[in-house]
Design a protein around this ligand. Structure first.
Ligand code: F6R
Length: 369
């Protein structure tokens, strides 16, 4: 039930901190990741895997893309993300050392179910990340990590996304443990960061309370662009998808480095661009590069809304609005940065008088191919 909330979507966004906390519950014991549900996918099997293919659709695929950065970085195994409906039509290379990881909130998405079946028949090891107990995809997988986001009723996926990322990060840290690719100190640091996410998400919800006003003055806009880089890139894609499906506005997410390879031609005065800014503390030096992207688009008249770490003074002179997010290690920031975009899509759709729980032409689970 909706309780006192105006929509299921608003309620489910408010549950994002709990979705992460409940997905972590019981899975970190004495400072170590514990996933007994992996069953036949024993530490020996997982230590021997030489490639991971993540298959999913829509928002679940963006969670997968984010997970691919974490798993590759921590467990040093190549990870490829494929849309389920593309996967089996490309004659993919699958061996007994390939781990296919499917991600689905409903567990009933036909494209993903077919891809899981194909992977199993082709001899891959198959693990699923799913939010719905007893659904079809888990039944056809060797092992399942359930996300405990609770029932998601609104068509647009929100709390399931952060729970899927949490499950992928747990998997990444487990793989790093069995493969010996992170030091005990690095493992401990990342586990601490993951456990700190629910409280930080609660802070983000508070800091996002003014997004309704922002959405108000944008209700007539016809196009919104989203830029992100590295782990901010899947966040940009997710922000754009949410806006399309809820507010029926043309929206596109780009990797910020791609801007000068084409998309910058779209920038004209008044174009609204959300930019997911990496932490200024990020040792990879991506922060100055993204700040310079902001300067480039500002110089061409874009209205920039930056999602940036609290206290990031470098973006202030160039952004029309800054939505601050709490400090976190770079790999964990996207889980925080995505929430303002979920809220923005909700608020913009609301400002346009649209039904946020039941957008036109969409179904909660797509059970046809
Ligand atoms: C976006 C959205 C869809 C689903 C996609 C996969 O907000 O809801 O893109 O994420 O249809 O659905 P599941 O996760 O049920 O397989």
């Amino acid at each position: 039930e909706k309780g006192g909330w105006s929509s299921f979507m608003r309620k489910e966004i408010s549950e994002e901190p709990d979705a992460v906390a409940n997905t972590l519950l019981g899975r970190v014991v004495d400072g170590a990741v514990v996933l007994p549900e992996l069953g036949a996918l024993t530490p020996e099997v997982l230590a021997d895997i030489d490639r991971i293919v993540i298959i999913a659709c829509g928002t679940a695929a963006y969670a997968g893309l984010l997970g691919s950065y974490a798993i590759e970085s921590w467990a040093r195994v190549p990870v490829q993300v494929e849309l389920s409906h593309e996967f089996r039509y490309r004659n993919p290379i699958i061996t007994p050392r390939t781990l296919v990881v499917s991600i689905s909130q409903s567990g009933e998405t036909m494209d993903t179910l077919m891809a899981v079946r194909f992977a199993a028949e082709s001899g891959a090891r198959v693990l699923s990340i799913c939010n719905t107990q007893g659904s079809s995809i888990p039944r056809e997988s060797e092992a399942v990590i359930y996300t405990h986001a609770g029932p998601e009723v609104a068509v647009a996926s929100t709390k399931a996304f952060v729970a899927q990322v949490t499950a992928l990060y747990l998997l990444g840290l487990h793989l790093a443990t069995v493969r010996g690719t992170l030091s005990p100190a690095e493992l401990a640091h990342n586990i601490d960061e993951l456990q700190a996410i629910p409280a930080k998400l609660a802070d983000v919800l508070v800091a996002s309370e003014d997004i309704g006003q922002l959405a108000g003055w944008m209700a007539d806009t016809r196009s919104v662009l989203f830029l992100g880089r590295n782990v901010g890139y899947p966040v940009a894609l997710e922000g754009a998808l949410k806006l399309k499906e809820l507010a029926y506005i043309h929206a596109e997410g780009f990797a910020a480095g791609e801007l000068k390879h084409g998309p910058i031609a779209l920038i004209e005065p008044g174009q609204i661009v959300f930019v997911i800014v990496p932490s200024p503390r990020d040792p990879s030096s991506l922060h100055p590069k993204v700040v310079s992207n902001i300067q480039e688009i500002r110089a061409r008249g874009a209205r920039v809304i930056a999602i940036a770490e609290k206290g990031d003074a470098a973006v202030l002179p160039f952004a029309d609005e800054v939505i601050p997010i709490p400090l976190a290690s770079p790999m964990f920031e996207p889980i925080l940065a995505v929430v303002p975009l979920h809220i923005f899509a909700l608020e913009l759709a609301t400002a346009k008088g649209l039904d946020v729980d039941q957008p036109r032409n969409l179904a909660k689970s797509v059970t046809v191919e």
